[in-house]
Design a protein around this ligand. Structure first.
Ligand code: GTP
Ligand code: MG
Length: 220
């Protein structure tokens, strides 16, 4: 019984995700779904990425959180159009929440829409939003066992950002080991170690993203 209800929820989600995807395709908007644990550095990573990308591409952002507009306020500070969704306790965004806020964007004037999902390594991976790709932010402060313990999220993703590498000396995480763990779970992953705090490691990520979404090589 419970399993059947769960399936219905996902089936309903999938239909709206497809409608979102078709809308994005019609307007030529690429969509990135950003996942990761609470505090992994998703918003910090987005701020650092946007400070480069927003000069070249027209970007919009949807922020997902249980409550507050704190992340949206940070993104708005960059002059990027942003809408905050509060899930009122819900542990993930779903495609209907996204569909409900899309009229607040002029999609025709966007190249890229980034959706920062609710901080959670489990639930968001099960809900297609209509995005082109999922990227996970994993911080070294979380420990190196997270890929093995939460495989679904890493299986769904195309890239993983290993954030907070400035903190490596204070953790027991070894960068080559955690990278190998990630690739054991999903050999297709592109892996980018960065420090948002020290603003390093971003260039390969920017080049990869541009190539993946816009099919071009070059500086972003
Ligand atoms: N040392 C260090 N701290 C970082 C780095 N990136 C982010 N932080 C800090 O980590 C904390 C959480 O960062 P956020 O960007 O808010 O994380 P988040 O994943 O968006 O958090 P939620 O949206 O609440 O899930 C903040 O105090 C950041 O300043 C980093 O590269 N190094
Ligand atoms: Mg955030």
């Amino acid at each position: 019984m419970i399993v059947a209800i769960h399936k219905n929820v996902l089936a309903g989600n999938e239909a709206t995700a497809q409608a979102n995807r078709e809308l994005f395709r019609r307007h030529g908007v690429k969509v990135l779904n950003l996942l990761g644990s609470p505090g992994a550095g998703k918003t910090s990573f987005l701020e650092a990425t946007l400070s480069e990308l927003a000069a070249q591409y027209r970007v919009g952002v949807i922020e997902g959180d249980l409550s507050t507009a704190l992340d949206a306020e940070r993104i708005a500070g960059l002059g990027v159009p942003v809408v905050q969704i509060n899930t009122q306790g819900g542990c993930h965004l779903d495609s209907r929440m996204i569909a409900a806020v899309l009229p607040r964007f002029d999609l025709a004037s966007l190249d890229l829409l980034v959706i920062e999902n609710v901080g959670n390594l489990v639930c968001p991976a099960a809900f297609d939003l209509g995005e082109d790709l999922k990227v996970v932010v994993l911080s070294v402060a979380e420990g190196g066992d997270k890929p093995a313990k939460y495989p679904r999220t890493f299986l769904e993703a195309e890239a993983v950002i290993i954030n907070k590498i400035d903190l490596l000396p204070f953790t027991d995480v070894d960068l080559p080991v955690v990278t190998a763990e990630l690739l054991k779970v999903n050999p297709r992953l592109a892996v980018f170690p960065v420090s948002c705090r020290e603003k390093r490691g971003f260039e390969p990520w920017h080049r990869w993203l541009e190539e993946r979404l816009f099919g071009r090589r070059g500086e972003v």
